[in-house]
Design a protein around this ligand. Structure first.
Ligand code: AVJ
Length: 326
């Protein structure tokens, strides 16, 4: 053991790292002990996983990102018209800044509050935006946005506009999606606006192609969670013994991603053994698809009043403006 006390910052960082690692570890042990086995999609996104997701957004088969961007561009005037001047824009999750830049370019926001669990990513993103929007106040908040968190004091008096693009809501089970919408209403306050991107139900062949791309990027993205378990938790997953599979579950309106064991095997993680039968699955992600009616009903039932909905001509994707009820 090192008898010299490390500098405070390094210690804090080491502790934070340990806590995150052990949360990941205990989650993985619990999720792989379930029947059927599961893993949370939030663990896809380390630096390599975020990079793979960026590649997914550019695939010819993956329509959501480019369709949502096209809607935001085409409806910029309508969006501008309903956003109060001097508002604070609160983004749930911080990813690529392409979408938020469209809003910041067109609407006069006084502040931008990106909220994300990964502080490093958040601060890099904030620095980038501060450089390009010198008059904008950027107040990053490091928090898990699926739980209640406090907005910075500096934006308290400003009107609030929430932004939750990308159909990230689709990763939540319907009851979790409702809980998120209720919590967002509490955080933003009555009368606030929420701009939210929601992927729509469509021909199953298009959904299937979007999650089983010809170049195999989605498969590598899916497999990245096993790469992380091996690297960070000392797991011994044999990556060549698992296959990517994405299927549309029609009854539950969702794409499911699975990792399928190609043969019987035992995998060890943090001193635990997990047995797999040939063909056994780890369910790694659900991506719910909504009809416009089912989404507006969910929003109403969660304390929000739909104000406007926009889609592309082919009705592939939707963007909704909701107003928070009292
Ligand atoms: C970021 C959750 C919206 O569900 O389409 C992309 C993630 N998974 N390809 C989605 C994802 C496989 C994506 N979301």
């Amino acid at each position: 053991m090192n008898i010299h006390a490390p500098v405070h910052g390094a210690l804090a960082k080491a502790q934070q790292f340990d806590e995150q690692t052990s949360a990941f570890g205990s989650d993985v042990i619990e999720a792989l002990s379930q029947h059927p086995k599961k893993l949370s999609p939030k663990y896809f996104y380390d630096a390599a996983g975020s990079e793979l997701f960026e590649q997914i957004t550019k695939l010819p088969e993956y329509y959501p990102t480019r369709t949502e961007l096209a809607i935001l561009r085409a409806r910029g005037g309508d969006i501008h018209a309903i956003i109060p001047k001097g508002a604070a824009l609160v983004e749930f999750g911080a990813g690529a800044t392409t979408k938020v830049r469209l809003l910041l370019d067109r609407c006069e926001f006084a502040a931008y509050v990106p909220v994300d669990i990964s502080g490093d990513f958040l601060h890099a993103q904030a620095a980038e935006l501060r450089a390009d929007f010198p008059k904008l106040n950027v107040y990053p908040v490091t928090a898990d946005f699926t739980a209640p968190f406090a907005l910075p004091d500096a934006v308290e008096a400003m009107p609030k506009v929430g932004f939750f693009p990308g159909s990230t809501l689709g990763n939540f089970e319907p009851h979790e999606a409702s809980a998120f919408l209720r919590s967002a209403r509490e955080i933003l306050g009555p009368g606030s606006l929420l701009l939210i991107g929601i992927d729509l139900e469509k021909d199953e062949r298009l959904l299937h192609a979007a999650y089983n791309d010809a170049a195999g990027v989605t498969g590598r993205f899916n497999m990245n969670v096993l790469v992380r378990i091996n690297a960070e938790l000392g797991g011994n997953f044999d990556l060549s013994a698992f296959a990517h599979r994405a299927i549309y579950n029609r009854e539950r309106h969702r794409i499911e991603m699975h990792l399928i064991a190609k043969r019987p095997q035992t995998v060890r993680v943090l001193g635990h053994s997990f047995n797999f039968r040939a063909g056994e699955s780890i369910h790694t992600e659900s991506s719910y698809k909504y009809s416009l009616d089912r989404f507006t009903a969910l929003a109403r039932g969660s304390g929000w009043t739909p104000k406007a909905s926009w889609t592309d001509d082919a009705k592939m994707f939707s963007v909704h403006a909701l107003v928070a009820g009292e």
